[in-house]
Design a protein around this ligand. Structure first.
Ligand code: SF4
Length: 374
């Protein structure tokens, strides 16, 4: 096992309540839940340390759920547990997700005093009516105050926004984009609203507006402010890309910790127990599935997956690297698929195969063509 260059993802499974569109696993914490979660996490970290030896993480991402729901004291314990994984001197980036309704100066101080470099803030919109439609627990004023606090902290600010919300207009979307940049965002993730049928909004089945014009606007506006679209949903000035997410798109090893977390180790994709109760129960048995569970993809499936993940990014498929890892025949098959779609969607040169901005707008349709190779 290669312990250097590993990325670590930790899932914090608590939220104050459920947003109307959310299908991620999270629960409101009851008395004792956070302490029990941290005890189980200590056991999981000790297990992986025993299995893999001391780790030297390159990136860390703490997501959820709402990591900012934990108190500064609870965060102090969480950071001490993470430190127990090994040597953090080679860390390049550590991100924590936060919600505007729970981002405090106390938390920012704890994060800044440890190894965190970056905060990903779930703003989603700066329009109160849209936030209400989404069932968020904050309004635009609270989001602006949280961004101001984060900007003052000196930690790098990444902001999540959602487009395609019922009632949203191009004007309101443009105002949200402008507002987060003016507040100091150095990275923007812009996601189109999609609804799973088991979410409160999905059950109501609202008619979602066409997000295509808003996506086009984003691709036009953010580059004018110095942000490059480096992935289907991600924009940053050069050098400001999220390195942790690049690890996923490059199929690098990611150790998953916490309930419902997904990881990828040595070609094996695995998921931790999907609920807090199941996670606590597995911790009581010292996580017997950790060594064996998961799905091991064959080389062809991994190659096709690598192609699709690379095509999400602006760098696309590096021909020489892909041919070395997955073979020239598969590269030729993928190239044939891409050459059969309209030429303005694909950029092909001697070094790489990548989607153009127009291709990124219809990425899902292109992935399904590549998936036909399986
Ligand atoms: S805060 Fe995030 S994880 Fe929690 S319910 Fe809302 S969208 Fe889901």
């Amino acid at each position: 096992m290669r312990n250097e260059g590993l990325s670590v993802y930790l899932h914090v499974p608590f939220c104050a309540g459920k947003c109307g569109y959310c299908s991620f696993y999270s629960e409101p914490p009851e008395a004792g839940d956070v302490a029990a979660y941290l005890d189980a996490l200590a056991a999981e970290i000790a297990l992986w340390r025993g299995l893999l030896g001391p780790l030297s993480p390159r990136t860390l991402y703490v997501g959820g759920g709402t990591p900012s729901l934990l108190s500064p004291d609870e965060w102090g314990r969480l950071i001490a547990l993470l430190e127990g994984l090994g040597d953090w001197s080679r860390l390049e980036e550590a991100t924590v997700e936060a919600n505007p309704s729970s981002l405090s100066d106390g938390l920012l101080n704890v994060w800044r005093a440890s190894f965190f470099t970056r905060v990903s803030l779930g703003v989603q919109s700066l329009d109160d009516a849209e936030l209400e439609t989404l069932g968020r627990r904050h309004d635009a004023k609270l989001a602006l105050e949280a961004m101001e606090r984060l900007a003052r902290s000196g930690l790098r600010m990444s902001v999540d926004l959602i487009f395609g919300i019922p009632g949203q207009t191009l004007r309101s979307w443009a105002a949200s984009l402008r507002g987060v940049l003016d507040a100091g965002a150095r990275h923007v993730s812009a996601y189109q609203l999609t609804l799973e049928p088991d979410t409160p909004m999905g059950l109501r089945s609202p008619v979602l507006p066409d997000g295509y014009p808003l996506y086009r606007y984003t691709q036009w506006f953010l580059p004018r402010r110095g942000f490059t679209q480096y992935e289907i949903s991600s924009y940053a000035p050069p050098g400001g890309e999220c390195r942790h997410n690049l690890a996923y798109w490059r199929q690098e090893d990611v150790l998953a910790l916490g309930p419902a977390a997904w990881g990828y180790l040595k070609g094996r994709r695995y998921a931790n127990p999907g609920t807090l109760d199941a996670y606590l129960e597995a911790a009581g048995r010292n996580f017997p599935e950790a060594k064996t569970a998961g799905e091991r993809l064959g080389p062809r499936a991994r190659g096709v997956e690598a192609a699709i993940l690379s095509l999400r990014t602006r760098w696309g498929i590096d021909r020489a690297d892909f041919a070395e890892r997955w073979g020239v025949p598969l590269l030729k098959e993928i190239e044939a698929v891409l050459m059969a779609i309209p030429p303005h969607l694909v950029r092909a040169d001697e070094r790489s195969l990548a989607l153009t901005p127009a291709g990124m707008r219809v990425g899902n349709a292109i992935w399904s063509e590549v998936l036909c190779l399986l």
